[in-house]
Design a protein around this ligand. Structure first.
Ligand code: AHR
Length: 327
């Protein structure tokens, strides 16, 4: 097994001309951002296959338009390799700053380092990179996003209080190697183990996608017909799981509790309808905070390593009232 370290990644990137090493592992400071009336800004999106991504992109485009900035938008269509190429293309186009939603934690490191070498500051949006390989305030400006570990923990804590005897869990994980999948699993698994009395029967990736989530839920329900809880790392997989349950003749919300993260309108409506038991929000409206953070950086402020988003929680006690506010 190859041990991937910050040093090996940086040396590999350097060999590709992506990073300038001066003395051993000495690095320049973060690239500065000049104060200007208008900017050309990159936004490297990871994919556009779900309402969460579409809401995030719209929020970024709306805010850029409001400010009169040019937004160079790319969609990596679910490929980390394409996303690296997208960032390289933004560098070639001479953007002032890059907002990057890194699909996975490790493969986007060379892109972060290449932007730094080119003197272009990077702000990570919604997903993080491997903290052993790149650092906020050193390699990129900051990470703006939710506390994914806490999201998983909040689902587990709700379940521990409201399970009503249900205890056998199927977990549908997000994209393998992505920070929300890693952290939502960690937060949930640790908290549910600490609560005691629950068993995770199976845990498998559904790639944050509805149809993959449905297929994986179908297979896992066949292998574990006694499962009575499905925890999905996002709404899309939760909706896929509901379809799988209904196809298997089970009643979501009665035979099997479905729990989710994201809080899109369809999922909050499913809470109102009793098909989803509870959802932790993951707020996709990044535009205002992203551009405000960029302005603070241009003004010379020292930006905190993590600009945290605050997430709501939906269950039968508030879902109907909150439905109009869901994205
Ligand atoms: O990174 C956030 C996650 O990515 C959202 O939960 C998911 O729906 C999206 O694709």
């Amino acid at each position: 097994m190859t041990l991937v370290t910050r040093r090996t990644i940086l040396l590999a990137a350097s060999a590709l001309g992506a990073v300038g090493l001066t003395a051993g592992l000495a690095f320049a400071d973060l690239p500065p951002l000049a104060k200007k009336d208008t900017y050309k800004v990159g936004f490297a999106q990871t994919e556009s296959n779900n309402p969460w991504r579409i809401a995030q992109t719209k929020s970024m485009q709306d805010k850029a338009a409001e400010l009169g900035y040019q937004l160079v938008y790319t969609d990596a269509a679910g490929s980390a390799a394409k996303q690296v190429a997208d960032v390289n293309s933004m560098i070639a186009q001479g953007v002032d700053l890059i907002f990057l939603a890194p699909r996975e934690e490790k493969p986007l490191i060379p892109a972060v380092m290449a932007a730094k070498k080119a003197g272009i500051p990077v702000i990570l949006l919604d997903r993080n990179v491997d903290q052993a390989l790149a650092k906020a305030g050193e390699d990129y400006v900051t990470f703006i996003g939710s506390d994914f570990i806490d999201e998983g923990k909040r689902v587990a804590e709700w379940l521990a209080k409201n399970a009503n005897g249900k205890s056998k869990i199927i977990e549908l994980e997000g994209t393998t190697g992505s920070s929300p999948a890693n952290d939502r699993k960690k937060g949930f698994d640790e908290a549910i183990t600490a609560a005691g009395g629950f068993t995770i029967l199976a845990s498998q990736s559904g790639d944050f996608a509805r149809d993959k989530g449905r297929q994986v839920a179908e297979a896992l329900l066949q292998a574990h017909p006694d499962a009575d809880v499905i925890y999905a790392h996002n709404d899309e997989m939760a909706m896929g799981a509901i379809a799988a349950l209904e196809a298997a003749g089970k009643v979501p919300g009665k035979d099997v509790l479905v729990l989710s993260i994201d809080g899109g309108k369809e999922a909050v409506q499913a809470v109102v309808d009793g098909k989803i038991a509870a959802v932790v929000e993951c707020n996709p409206r990044f535009g205002p905070k992203a551009f405000e953070t960029m302005a603070r950086y241009a003004a010379g402020e020292k930006i905190e390593a993590w600009v945290k988003n605050v997430d709501k929680f939906y269950d039968p006690s508030n879902a109907a009232a909150e439905l109009p506010n869901a994205y």
